[in-house]
Design a protein around this ligand. Structure first.
Ligand code: AMP
Length: 535
């Protein structure tokens, strides 16, 4: 007899699977938080889950219904973790507001998402007041820490009724994040229980982020930025100890915490690690870090030089790529076994690439001619499909971001080598069109950041009367270093076709950044738009 159905249980992939396990089997796992006054507080997964359940019941008591949005305006700490679990356990959706946005923008996303309640850190109440003055509307404001005139979080938890928690479906929404909106208005991405669970499982794999119970994880990446890259869920699933930095993100504070808590894995954008390297260079004997400390880096390209520098310090940078729409994991770069014995230059080149997709992500690089060959020359846009990749935006915004065959258009341009390693070359919006030919700005800036005197560099397209656009390089030098424009030009000339070489090299004090630490090239383009204008 042939069977047409499986005999397996149909267990929904919902967050309570992680939460219950963290409580029952990983209960003693430690969660450490640094507070605004720099004090460290310590709790356990057992206590976090117990309080998260209380938060869920309190929210239900406050009238929060299935699918309602509850906002957080918080730094990384254990109460934010309680919200990560407690809000979805109530059947509601966590909306992590990005505290680095302008109050007008926070008000916009809060109203677009329809947030009903906001849980806010006491130190962020002044910001919330500005958000409310800018039109942000919340039925209730619940404050963690010193409540002032508002409702205290602890009292809200203490008043939780004896309500039953809802049965969750795996397709239920669990959290929402907004895209950073460098082009147009921010757009909402709504993660489901299922998408989050699958992302969590795969992110922990050895060839992905490689996290397990023996690790101590410090997410520098904010919990309001793509759910801290999903790491809090991964930590709770594996039982890894969690260390939260609170608002103290300056390099010495982070280094104290990394050393003091014997952190084994940390995660943040390249700027964080640039700052850490400089602090360690300035005081080489001050910090005793765990040997082999791994640092996950993403959000912008990790300069190859940074990877080399940290190796010399006995620390390993792991380069990953992703985006809000992808939960975020899309590529990770680890040297494959067939290249383990390759020369040093090859291995560093591989590690500085964005890498290969993890399981369940179908990633293509496509141009007008179709999927690009693995020649490391032909470039196209990265397209993705997978169970943790957005299939639409909230309210159905920007449907043109999806191909007719169901792939998400990332807006990132890349090429791929014979080993299958993807190299990002630019954002489509940042590509420079000069005399009908394309120039990839990120490739130029990555190369410039390999110059020993250059701390950071951004290359932008500037309107030009003859060529339509020409590249201009803006750079920040390392403290005490010097480099002339001619020297930098000669440095690039060895690597790129002549027409790619920027027409101008300008030293600037700092490169403007977005709330997520990416270069704000729109601002630079505005600043330099008249550079080639006929006088
Ligand atoms: P966000 O949605 O704010 O996380 O931004 C996602 C975008 O950041 C991607 O589309 C890329 O353009 C950029 N990005 C993320 N990771 C990397 C990386 N490792 N290298 C270069 N760009 C990156």
């Amino acid at each position: 007899m042939t069977s047409t159905t499986s005999t397996m249980m149909d267990v929904p992939l919902t967050i309570d699977l992680i939460v219950d396990r963290a409580e029952r089997w990983m209960g003693d796992g430690e969660v450490v938080s640094r507070r605004p006054d720099k004090r460290l507080t310590r709790t356990t997964y057992r206590a976090v889950v117990e309080r998260a359940r209380r938060l869920a019941r309190a929210l239900i008591g406050a009238g929060i219904a299935r699918g309602d949005r509850v906002a957080t305006l918080m730094w990384n700490h254990s109460e934010h973790l309680e919200a990560y679990f407690g809000i979805p356990l109530a059947g509601a959706v966590t909306h992590t507001l990005n505290l680095r946005l302008h109050p007008d923008e926070i008000a916009y996303v809060a109203s677009d998402a329809g947030d009903r309640i906001v849980i806010v850190d006491d130190v962020l109440v002044p910001l919330l007041d500005k958000v409310i003055a800018a039109g942000g509307r919340f039925e209730r404001v619940i404050v963690v820490g010193n409540p002032g005139d508002h409702e205290p979080y602890e009292a809200f938890l203490a008043g939780a009724p004896d309500a039953a928690l809802p049965l969750l479906a795996e397709t239920d929404p669990l959290a929402t994040c907004y895209t950073s909106g460098t082009t147009g208005k921010p757009k909402g991405v709504v993660y489901s229980h299922r998408s989050t669970l699958l992302h969590t499982l795969v992110a922990a794999l050895p060839d992905a982020l490689d996290l397990s119970r023996g690790d101590t994880l410090l997410p520098v990446v904010p919990m309001f930025h793509v759910n801290a890259w999903g790491l809090p869920y991964v930590a709770a699933m594996t039982g890894a100890k969690l260390v939260f930095p609170g608002p103290h993100l300056d390099p010495p504070s982070l280094l104290d915490l990394l050393a003091g808590e014997r952190v084994t894995v940390a995660a943040g954008v390249p700027t964080i690690w640039l700052g850490i390297r400089e602090a360690m260079d300035a005081a080489p004997d001050r910090w005793k870090l765990m040997p082999g400390l791994r640092m996950i880096v993403g959000g912008s390209a990790a300069p190859e030089q940074l990877i080399r520098d940290f190796d010399r310090l006995g620390m390993t940078l792991l380069h990953a790529w992703g985006m809000t729409e992808m939960s975020p994991l899309g590529l990770v770069s680890r040297v494959p076994p067939e290249l383990a014995d390759a020369d040093e230059a090859t291995r560093y080149r591989i590690r500085a690439r964005q890498g290969v997709p993890p399981p369940l992500v179908d990633l293509r690089i496509r141009n007008e001619a179709g999927d690009v060959p693995r020649d490391d020359k032909t470039s196209g846009e990265i397209l993705c499909r997978g169970p943790w990749i957005a299939g639409s935006y909230f309210h159905g915004a920007a449907p043109e971001k999806w191909t007719t065959d169901g792939f998400f258009r990332t807006g990132d341009v890349a090429r791929i080598d014979q080993h299958g390693f993807v190299q990002l070359t630019d954002r489509i919006a940042d590509l420079i069109k000069s005399g009908g030919e394309w120039i990839a700005s990120q490739e130029l800036e990555n190369a410039l950041m390999g110059h020993p005197a250059v701390r950071e560099a951004a290359v932008i397209g500037v309107p030009h009367p003859k060529w339509s656009e020409r590249p201009v390089a803006l750079y920040v030098l390392k403290p005490g270093a010097t480099a002339s424009a001619d020297e930098l030009r000669a440095f690039l000339a060895a690597r790129f076709p002549k027409f790619w070489l920027p027409d101008a090299f300008e030293e600037i004090d700092a490169i403007p950044r977005t709330s997520a630490g990416k270069f704000r090239k729109t601002e630079l383009r505005q600043r330099y738009q008249g550079h080639f204008a006929p006088r």
